[in-house]
Structure formats: C-alpha cells, structure tokens
Ligand binder design. Structure first.
Ligand code: ATP
Length: 762
C-alpha cells in the first residue's frame, strides 16, 4: 500500500476534489476506481441508478451510497462516516491484488481530504433517497441513515432491515425464556441439577466446569451461544445439551413425542465435519444415569435407546434447511412458512452472515430454541456481517448478573468468580458461555500455544512489541524449553525455492523435531508423521480397483477407493492468503501441480495441468449447485475409471463424498462442474469449517490489509496434528498478528448498553 501513496502532490486533499461538487466528475472518478478494481462495478451501478431516479441527488450523497455498497463486499454492514474520514483509504479495496501501481486514480484520502463530517452529514438528506430519524424504519427509501455517538451510519435498506430483524427476534427470545419450551421453567429447575450432575459427574461439584455452565445456561434460555476455540468441547457440550433437553421432554408425563431437533451448518464441509463428530459422540455418550432420572422426577423413565435415538446425528446445510430455491434469494421457509422444529443447533456460526441469520431467525417458530456454536475469534463470513463476533463482544468477561450467578450455583453447584460477574450484565450476556479449556491442545502443543499467542488482543498491557515477541517465542527453543514437536517454520527465498516442493510433495517432516516420528495423540495413539500431497496420490494408485472392474457393476469397490483417497487428501492442505500473485492461489496451483508431476505423482501435459482435467486433480466447489447436490466448499478428487470399451482412453470422474454419513460417493462428470477451481492451494477464507491433519499456512511476501490476526488464527486452527508456518517475506507474521479486523455493524453496539444504540440493547 505504501508505494501507492508516494509522489502524490496533495496527499491530504486540501483543495476540494471536483467529484464532491459534480455528479459527472463523480461518475468519472468512480469509473476509474472500477477500472482498477478499487471499487466494484455494482457499487457504481447503484450510483447511476440513484442518479437516474433522482436527478437532484447531491454528489456527496451518491459518493456515500457507492462507499456504503462497497463496504458490503468487504464484510461491513454499513458505511461509518467518522471511521471513513479518519482513514479514507480503507474505504476502498486498496490495493487490489496484482495492481500495477502505474497512473493510479485519486485516492479516497485525496478526494475526501477537505471534507468535514458536518458537511457530509448535511448532504445525507433527501426525502426520496434517505430515511433519517424514524426509529421503526418502515419507509421505502433505498438508503437508511442512523446518527449516534458522534457519527453517522449509512445503510442500504436491505441490510438495515436484516439488522433490525435480528435484533427484534433475539430480543423477543431473550425477554421470554420461560415461554419457550413446553416443559417450562419450574420443571426444568427441579430436574436440572441432577440431570447436569448425571452428564457432568465430577469429584468436586463446586469446581468451575464451563461445559456444564454452558449446558445449564442453554437450558435456561431459548437463545444461547456456546463459543470457544478449537477442541474446547463445543460439540461434546451440545450433544449433552440435546440429551438433557430430550430427557426432560420424554420424562414429562403428558409428552407424547420427542423434541424435533435439527442440526445445521453454513457450508457442506462444516456440516460433514459435524456429522462425523456428532455421530461418534452420541454413540459414546453414557445415558444410563440421565435416563434413570426420569422416574425420580416424573415417574416416567425414557429408555436409553429411545433417548439416544431422539438425538439427531444428521447435519444439513442452512441453505438446505431453509429450502433454497434456484434463481432467488428467498427461501421456502420464512415468517409465513415456519420451520417445523423445536430446537435448532447451528455449528460454525461465525461463518453465518447477516442476511442468512435474519432469514433463519425469521423462519424460526417463536417457541423454538436456537443454539449457536462457533469460535468468535475466527474470520467472519466473506459476506457482510460478523454476527457471532458482534454478539460475543463481552464473552471473555461473561458479565453474569447476581441473579444468573445465584441460579448457576443452584443448578451446577459452582460459584462464579467475581471476574465473570457484572451487575449491569445484559440479557444477551446471560445467554452466552465461552468454553475456555482446550481438550485437543495441551500445554505441550505448539499449535495451541501459537493460536493462543496470535489470538490475544492488543491492549495497554500487551502492545504490538509484546505480541510479536510472544508469537516468535513459540518457535524458539532454548535451555528451558525444547521446541514444540507439532509446529515447524519454513522460510522461502523466492517463488522457485525448492523447499516449497519438498513441503507440498512430502510434507517436510524434516522440519519437525525427530522428523515427526514417535508422537502420540492424547488418547495414546501413535500419530503418523506429517505428509504432503504424495500421501493421497499414492493412496489413489495403491487402492485402484482392477482394470476389469466397472463402476456400474462394482460400485461399492469404487466408492471405497474414492473414500480412501478423499480421506488421505484431508491429511495435508496448503493454505494461503491471496488469490493473485506468486503467493496466491493462482500462482501456487500450477507450481505445485508441476512439482507433483516432477515427483511422478501426476501425469498430464502442460495444457491439461494448467487448464484441463487430469487424474489426481483436487477441486473445490465455489458455488452451490443444487442440481448436483454440491455445496460451496465441497472438495472432490478427479479419478480415472477403467474403460472396458477403450482401455487406452480414461474415463475421468470427480469423486465427492455424499457428506451424509452414508459413505456413499457422488461421481460427477467434469464437464458438469460449472464452478470449481484446483485446490492444491486454498485461501484461508475458503478453509473455514475444515480441518486438516497437517496444515501449511503460507504468508505472502508483502503487507496486505487482509492479512490480519483473525486470518492467521483461523489458518493455524485448521491444523489438527501438524502445522507448518511458511513465510515468503520477512516480518509478515509480525505484521499480520498486530493487525486486527474491525467489522462495522450496528449489532456490535446493540449487545451493550455502553454502545448507546439507537433503540436500546438486548
Ligand atoms: N470435558 C472434557 N474432558 C475430556 N475430553 C474432552 C472434554 N470435552 C471434550 N473432550 C474431547 O476433546 C476433543 C474435542 O472436543 P469437541 O469436538 O467437542 O470440541 P469442539 O470445540 O467441538 O472442537 P472443534 O474445534 O473441532 O469444533 C474430543 O476428542 C472430545 O472427546
């Protein structure tokens, strides 16, 4: 970014830019921004439309509309005038990847440099275009303006409406906890302590078990959030919660049917992962003491089998749950056709954007219970809104009121330490639990330590220098501390550094202490050393069905082969930050494919390798395809099937897991796949909701605004057992971990009285 600002005569824009006073000048400026990818064509089109509809719209209003629209593509729900004027160049996508820096158009800082907030606010008034000052916002203007706390926010109406819907729906749920379930409060309270004790048996009931607290609080309120880092037991807790809710329901004298529970996740990949882990946890959960409690409270004892069967293990995507329809953003289920369910659990909720969350809440019956699970510190969805992060702003300090603390003491036996109490805690705070103990990473885990060091926010006692030191320390070994066995650091000198090939082909086990040999997991199982892409390509060759077999006749044989290959593929993934340039997806994919070909693991001509299909090509689905039943984020591997009619000609098919726990494979003709890309390298954004045994996180060689601590944390936490951190330039890790994302939305303010929201908090 720095280079872009060099040589500018008037960097602060002391002379008013002509685009502030003339619509023609503004349109010409926006055109130049669009040409350079600083702005989306869509954002300019909105200005053209508004100007056509309303000829007297002031240029400053139109400029604000373009910038508000542009913020949506960058995850912000609205344009904040004070923030924009404080750092105008952050309002555009600067610099887009691969920008050539020649003849740059005027920067936003040059255009807005002479503008005061007062002057901009004064221009944001128009009876046809902007609604201003009406709390309910039932109008029809395309833009909505809200003033508070010394700034002004400009929304496109649709997004303002989503925020309103979410706030209204959540407030209603939080205000009426006892109305939410058939077995109302009194019964829950009498049965809960014993049920919690049955699910969380502990030698010292007074010790703080956050999982138990989460279960209790989620039973108490029809809306609950359970947040926590990787392996803190979100799935474990929710399985127990569902068992508890069903036990209470089935133990009711008059209840005939179990609760209708549905599980969902934002992407197919995340749904498949929960599918896998939840089925195992439900199977292993000891339900005997819980089932036997029924007789003591109501005289009715649900059998263990009935209880187990009443806990669902099938997870669907949110799109499927809501009933998406082709060619429309509207779903089959909405306020007029509610979802038929009593309890909904949404996993990986950090990836749910504001539009989806509003659609979900609108389609949820008012008596239904909603539980959101997720890691509040992960990157938010690529679309606008960071709903989970906004809701969980105060999760670290919990802010439980005296009433909540008393109730928790009665239900769980645990006394809440004063650090987690707040007399003025909001209703929303009482519905949130943060799980704080990782059961996947212990004190000996470098991945856990690194994630923790990266994730720690900057504050007065922990400045950027402290943070950089803490992060670097994880990689250092000295007399007191041996190197962590699960992490490795790799420096690449240039794009052709052979170390990259060593990493992606073999996994660079030599970068880990003892070559990754002799490590055990927490259950005492020996772990295989870290691998690269060689592993799945060798599995592909080793497990190939005989040439005489055909897919039509021997389907199970081929499905088993594809499953093995897909599983082996999950043992390594290279993640990167950018799309373009030598260190982006587009530059890395062909280089990795060529390295694998040199290692004789792939067979393909140059053209095929870069632009075509070949056996072993892994692909990522980039858009939901309902006709094929494939979801954005699904990964498939190209396999060559025997062709009995013409043995010399391969039949290429792409194998995808059916993701329904059945072990079935979808075999798809490559030509039918409309939106896929090669995925030897995957962006961290696309990797959300996935996990790989060995994850290699490659940082670019130059600073970039999207390289933030949330991104690095998300990349690191994709690693299950092994992490390679790859740096292609100096200081990029230092740079990234001290840059934090700020998402602008009104929901952030709404979760606290301190935020002085326009119409009160939750
Ligand atoms: N209280 C506990 N005591 C011991 N082990 C636990 C406990 N809670 C969870 N675990 C184990 O820790 C591992 C991670 O748990 P779980 O999958 O529930 O976490 P998660 O937060 O859902 O993880 P993810 O980050 O994958 O979403 C599992 O093997 C689980 O059995």
């Amino acid at each position: 970014m720095r280079d872009l600002f060099e040589g500018l005569d008037d960097p602060v824009g002391s002379v008013p830019h002509p685009a502030l006073n003339s619509v023609d000048e503004l349109l010409a400026l926006l055109e130049r921004w669009v040409e350079r990818d600083w702005l989306r064509a869509l954002d300019r089109a909105l200005v053209v439309f508004l100007h056509r509809e309303v000829q007297d719209a002031p240029p400053l209003l139109l400029l604000a509309a373009a910038l508000a629209s542009h913020q949506l593509g960058r995850g912000h729900v609205c344009l904040d005038l004070a923030t924009t004027l404080a750092a105008p160049d952050l309002a555009l996508s600067l610099p887009p990847e691969g920008d050539d820096l020649n003849d740059p158009p005027p920067l936003p800082s040059q255009v807005l440099g002479s503008l005061t907030q007062q002057a901009w606010q004064a221009a944001l008034a128009h009876p046809v275009l902007i609604e201003h000052g009406v709390t309910e916002g039932s109008g029809t203007t395309p833009l909505v303006r809200r003033d508070f706390a010394g700034t002004t926010r400009l929304y496109l109406r649709r997004y303002w409406q989503y925020e309103q819907d979410i706030r209204r729906q959540l407030s209603t749920r939080l205000e009426q906890p006892s109305r939410a379930q058939p077995h109302a409060h009194a019964n829950v309270s009498s049965a809960l302590p014993a049920a919690l004790e049955a699910l969380f048996p502990s030698a010292q009931p007074e010790t703080l078990d956050w999982q138990k607290l989460a279960c209790a609080l989620a039973c108490r309120s029809p809306f609950a959030v359970i947040t926590g880092g990787p392996g803190t037991g979100k799935t474990t807790t929710v399985v127990k919660l569902l068992a508890l809710l069903q036990a209470l329901q089935l133990g009711e004298k008059e209840s005939e049917r179990p609760l209708r529970i549905k599980l969902a996740a934002p992407t197919g990949k995340a749904a498949a992962r929960l599918n896998e882990s939840i089925a195992k946890q439900v199977e292993e959960l000891d339900l005997h003491s819980l089932a036997s409690l029924g007789s003591s409270t109501s005289g009715k004892e649900p059998s263990v089998d009935r209880l187990r069967q009443a806990i669902p293990t099938q997870v669907s995507t949110l799109h499927r749950l809501l009933g998406s329809r082709p060619d429309t953003r509207h779903f089959r289920h909405h306020a007029g056709n509610l979802l038929p369910l009593d309890v909904l659990v949404v996993d990986e909720a950090s990836m749910v954007d504001i539009e989806m969350m509003a659609a979900l809440l609108n389609a949820l019956p008012s008596r239904a219970r909603l539980v959101l699970l997720g890691d509040k510190d992960q990157l938010a969805s690529v679309e606008a809104g960071a709903v989970l992060g906004d809701l969980c702003q105060y999760a670290v300090s919990a802010r439980y009121t005296p009433a909540t603390c008393d109730w928790l003491k009665q239900m769980t036996g645990a006394a809440i330490p004063t650090a987690y109490q707040a007399k003025d805690g909001q209703a929303l705070d009482q519905a949130i639990t943060m799980l704080r103990v990782s059961h996947r990473f212990d004190a000996n885990s470098g991945i856990g330590r690194l994630a923790q060091a990266v994730n720690r926010p900057l504050d007065e006692s922990h400045g950027p220098a402290d943070k950089r030191r803490a992060v670097r320390k994880v990689f250092k070994s000295d007399e007191q501390h041996k190197s962590y066995v699960d992490i490795s650091q790799l420096r690449l000198e240039n794009a052709d550094d052979p170390a990259l090939a060593r990493l992606v082909v073999n996994g660079n086990p030599g970068g880990f202490p003892n070559h990754g040999q002799g490590r055990h997991d927490r259950q005492g199982q020996l772990l295989a050393p870290p691998t690269g892409y060689r592993h799945y390509l060798e599995t592909l060759a080793a497990k190939r069905p005989p040439p005489s077999a055909t897919l039509e006749r021997e389907r199970p044989l081929f499905d088993a082969w594809a499953l093995d290959v897909l599983k082996a593929h999950g043992s390594f993934q290279l993640l990167c930050v950018l799309r373009k340039g030598p260190w982006g997806v587009e530059g890395l994919n062909p280089r990795i494919a060529r390295a694998l070909r040199r290692a004789t693991l792939l067979e393909a001509g140059n053209h095929e390798l870069e632009h075509g299909w070949y056996e072993g090509r892994p692909v990522l689905v980039t858009r939901n395809d309902y006709s094929l039943g494939l979801m954005n984020g699904d990964i498939g591997i190209t396999l060559a099937l025997p062709n009995p009619q013409a043995p010399a000609r391969k039949l290429l098919r792409v194998a995808f897991s059916a993701n329904d726990g059945s072990g079935r494979i979808k075999w798809v003709l490559p030509s039918r796949l409309q939106a896929v890309e090669t995925v030897f390298a995957m962006t961290v954004h696309k990797s959300q909701g996935s996990e790989f045994t060995h994850t290699a996180l490659l940082l670019p060689d130059a600073p970039n605004p999207i390289l933030t601590r949330e991104l690095v944390y998300t990349g690191i936490t994709r690693a299950r057992h092994w992490l390679s951190l790859v740096e292609s330039g100096r200081g990029m890790l230092d740079d990234a971990v001290t840059r934090e994302v700020t998402r602008i939305s009104g929901l952030g303010q709404l979760s606290s009285t301190r935020g002085s929201s326009t119409s009160g908090g939750f």
